[in-house]
Design a protein around this ligand. Structure first.
Ligand SMILES: [Zn+2]
Length: 80
């Protein structure tokens, strides 16, 4: 491996510890819920999920779990 790549890997390791450098703009995931898989997406501050709870509350266990996982990399929506 060349020295240039070795330096980049070291930098990547440091960056990976500095999560506040990373800001998600959009993402889509398949979330394996207890009963069914759900499609959860985030687009510039707006969450969506295809589960029944989300349709009436605009937040659900799936969106909140991803918010917790992506802590500091995604703006936090209002606390309940
Ligand atoms: Zn959901």
């Amino acid at each position: 491996m060349d020295y240039g790549m070795i330096g980049k890997i070291e930098k990547a390791k440091r960056y990976a510890q500095e999560r506040n450098r990373i800001h998600f703009n959009a993402l889509t995931v398949t979330f394996d819920g207890d009963n069914n898989p759900h499609t959860v997406s985030y687009d510039h501050g707006t969450w969506s999920c295809d589960c029944d709870f989300f349709q009436t509350r605009s937040r659900c266990s799936h969106t909140m779990a991803i918010e917790m996982i992506l802590e500091s990399m995604i703006p936090v929506t209002e606390k309940v």
